[in-house]
Design a protein. Structure first.
Lengths: 158, 75
């Protein structure tokens, strides 16, 4: 008769695969967030400078496009790793164990509060200077996404 | 500064007795090596289910693996 804990048994090989996929997932997420920050930084700078004479906007177009493409590549890579994880039930369960779910929940909370702080900051800034709504929205997406991903990467360290 | 989680464990000792690595224990319990690492270092407090699975893997009662800070561990 099988012992109850044997239902969760991963072979050593599976554990290696689990560790490997965990590292791949982290690497893809890191690349995703770093290129996203750089890309959005350039896009926002481009928007800011475009409204001034002698703008640097044209020179910023190509780096922004390149970073956008690299960001997409990391996004696809992450999706491929996620698909690989999902294809193995045992590995998928291990990589979505209770600690990972706990960390993910905490990361969402980090994203939520960061977005809240950003919106308060943007509202206060709007009292002093004229801030376009589209810029605030774009910044809000960037803050929420990056803070949640960075939160996950930091809290998931062991 | 007092620990936020007063849950102690002897996973490291039991692993040494069984000559298991964290990865081996993780394999038997069905979680990642990181999870075992954080539970062992008392960073993450496991659920009752995970605590029971860990105790089952060592074939001991859960009180032999985990105990509260204010209580002495079972021998």
């Amino acid at each position: 008769m099988r012992r109850p804990d044997q239902r969760y048994d991963l072979t050593s090989r599976k554990q290696e695969i689990t560790d490997h996929l965990d590292r791949s997932r982290r690497a893809a997420l890191k690349g995703f967030v770093v290129t996203y920050v750089l890309w959005q930084g350039i896009v926002l700078a481009d928007k800011f400078w475009r409204e001034r004479p002698g703008a640097a906007a044209d020179t910023l177009f190509w780096p922004a496009l390149l970073l956008g493409v690299i960001w997409l590549v990391f996004g696809v890579r992450y999706a491929l790793v996620a698909r690989q994880i999902a294809s193995d039930v045992v590995v998928a369960r291990a990589l979505d164990d209770e600690r990972v779910r706990h960390v993910r929940g905490a990361a969402y909370a980090v994203g939520f509060w960061s977005l809240g702080a950003y919106l308060i900051g943007a509202r206060l800034l709007a009292f002093i200077v004229d801030v376009p709504g589209s810029l605030v929205a774009q910044g809000g997406i960037a803050v929420a996404l990056t803070s949640a991903v960075i939160g996950f990467l930091v809290l998931d360290r062991a | 500064m007092p620990d936020a989680y007063p849950l102690r464990n002897r996973i490291k000792v039991l692993r040494a007795e069984h000559d298991w690595t964290q990865a081996e224990l993780a394999s038997r319990v069905g979680v990642t090596r990181k999870t075992i690492n954080t539970v062992e270092r008392a960073i993450y407090v496991p659920s009752t289910i995970l605590a029971l699975r860990i105790a089952n893997a060592f074939d001991v009662r859960v009180e032999r693996v985990f105990w509260l800070d204010e209580e002495p561990p079972l021998g």
